[in-house]
Every structure is written in C-alpha cells, then in structure tokens.
Ligand binder design. Structure first.
Ligand SMILES: Cc1cc2nc3c(=O)[nH]c(=O)nc-3n(C[C@H](O)[C@H](O)[C@H](O)COP(=O)(O)OP(=O)(O)OC[C@H]3O[C@@H](n4cnc5c(N)ncnc54)[C@H](O)[C@@H]3O)c2cc1C
Length: 257
C-alpha cells in the first residue's frame, strides 16, 4: 500500500462539439431548422473560425445553456476519498466510483498531503497510521469472514476503518456549463489543494479539446474582475466585491477563530 500520485484522463467528449454548440445557438436565433444546418456543417460550408466567433459572441451575452449539449467524460485515479467526497457534491454530473464493497482494500493505496510529506516526522506518523488502518482492515475482514460474512459482505463493514486518504478511482461526466461552474469554484486560489489540482488537469484537457469554450475557464474572480468572497476569505489577487468596497459588511461568512 504505497502512497500514490493522481492521474486524470479524458476518456471521451461529445463528437463535433463546436458544430453542435453552434447549431444549438443558431437554432435560437435563426428561422431555419438546425437539422438542415447540420448537413451544411458536416459538409464544411461554415468555417470553424466563423462558428467559434459566433459561439464566443453569444456566450459573452450570458446565454450559456446551449453548451450543455456537449459533455466530457474523465477517469481519475490516485485521488483520495476526501477528494471524491467533495467532487460528488457537484450534482450536475454523473459518477461511477470504485466500490469499497466489491473491491477488497486489504492493500489500499493512499494520498499523502504534500505539506505532511514535507515534514519527515509528520510523514512517518502518517504512514504508520496508514499501516495501522490496513492491519485493522485485514483483521476485521478476517474476523468477519470467520463469522460467515465473506467477500463484499466482509468488505462493506471492514471499510469503516479506512481513512479519508484512501485512494479511489472515479469516472465522471459533466457538460460544458457544469464544467465551467466547477472550474470557477475549484480553481479558486483558496480551494482545497487536491481538488484544485484535479480541476486544473481537467481544465487543461478541456482546453485542448474545445478551446472556444475553455480558453477563458478559470476561477470566478477572473470572470467577475473582483473576488466574490468576503475580505476574510480572499487571496487578495482581485479587489473585493463592489458592495464590500462600499463598506457593506458580509454578515454571512465569518472566519472561524
Ligand atoms: C470553497 C468551498 C467550500 C465548501 N465548503 C463546504 C462545507 O463546508 N460543507 C458543505 O457541505 N459543502 C461545502 N462545499 C460544497 C458546496 O456547498 C457545493 O455543494 C459544491 O461546491 C457543489 O456546488 P454546486 O451546488 O454549485 O454544484 P452543482 O451541484 O453541480 O449545481 C450546479 C448549480 O445548479 C443549481 N442547483 C443544483 N441543485 C440545486 C438545487 N437542489 N436547488 C437549487 N439549485 C440547484 C445551483 O445553481 C448550483 O450552483 C464547499 C464548496 C467550496 C467550493
């Protein structure tokens, strides 16, 4: 059960993504039928640059639901259960995660937070606790099997001693609109480091595949030009929200002492 590094791969995305988004946008503003326009797009009659310019212009107006027609599917491994618990809170998405019932975790891998890894004493304590968890898991699994609960039935109870650091594998699908929202939240400088790294890797893959939508993808402050967090939570890269600059206090979020 060694420490493990994260890996994310783009498995697939909706084919003809730019043309599909273009056709969906055009259907909103055009008297003709997108079904007929699709043939013209397939025949190359409308240049990709022209499609991209149209999509960019309409997106800038705030009309963004047509980009929901294109989805991206990723596979991630080497990420912690702490990460996947945060990830699956994003509801406008689909997930398929490795089961801790059907997969025996006797030799589970785990993620070591870099700041813990950087302190030799902390790293050693962390690793020894991982070894204790694995021993407890195996012991409990063995006892459960002896009592007649084999395979998945033993795993499903023994897993209660697995740590949040335990490695997981997950396949996820999000449409472009949901991805942009995910990136706005999770690419914030102050987002938790592991999910921020995953979001960064996913954003890079999206940019390569569909730059017209994802070139500008980033934290919310980059789009707004100000930090939507209260002053206590801002990284300081952007100025506070206009209301906060006017002296209005955000009474909802207070820094915990
Ligand atoms: C910095 C940070 C700190 C966080 N801290 C905590 C925490 O301490 N505790 C905690 O529980 N969570 C926490 N979260 C998770 C957060 O509350 C969200 O659950 C998560 O970010 C998913 O965001 P979302 O709901 O916007 O995304 P999605 O679920 O993908 O939803 C996308 C959008 O769809 C709309 N939507 C979806 N479902 C509904 C609905 N039922 N009703 C109305 N509109 C809906 C909303 O506009 C929403 O923004 C944190 C997130 C961040 C980024």
């Amino acid at each position: 059960m060694p420490p493990i590094a994260p890996r994310v791969r783009l498995l697939a995305h909706t084919p003809n993504a730019l043309s599909l988004i273009y056709a969906a946008f055009r259907q909103c503003y055009h008297a003709g039928f997108a079904g007929d326009m699709w043939d013209r797009l397939a025949a190359g009659e409308i240049e990709p640059d022209k499609q991209a310019a149209f999509v960019t212009k309409i997106l800038a107006s705030g009309h963004d639901s047509p980009i929901e027609h294109v989805s991206f599917t990723f596979a991630a491994e080497g990420v912690s259960r702490a990460l996947t618990h945060q990830l699956v809170r994003h509801r406008i998405a689909s997930y398929s995660q490795q089961s801790q019932r059907y997969v025996n975790a006797s030799d589970f891998d785990y993620v070591v937070p870099p700041r813990i890894a950087a302190i030799p004493e902390a790293r050693e304590r962390f690793m020894s606790f991982m070894a204790e968890c694995a021993t407890a898991y195996r012991d409990l699994r063995g006892l459960l099997e002896t009592s007649g609960r084999a395979g998945a039935k033993a795993n499903e109870d023994a897993r209660f001693v697995l740590p949040q650091a335990a490695e997981s594998k997950i396949v996820l699908t999000m449409n472009c609109r949901s991805l942009l929202h995910f990136f706005e939240l999770r690419l914030c400088e102050r987002a938790q480091w592991e999910i921020r790294a995953l979001a960064g890797a996913m954003r890079d893959l999206c940019r390569q595949a569909l730059p017209v939508i994802f070139n500008a993808a980033g934290p919310k402050c980059a789009r707004l030009g100000y930090c939507p967090e209260s002053a206590d939570f801002s990284c300081g890269k952007y100025p506070p929200a206009p209301a906060a600059r006017g002296g209005k206090k955000d009474g909802l979020l207070k820094k915990k002492s």
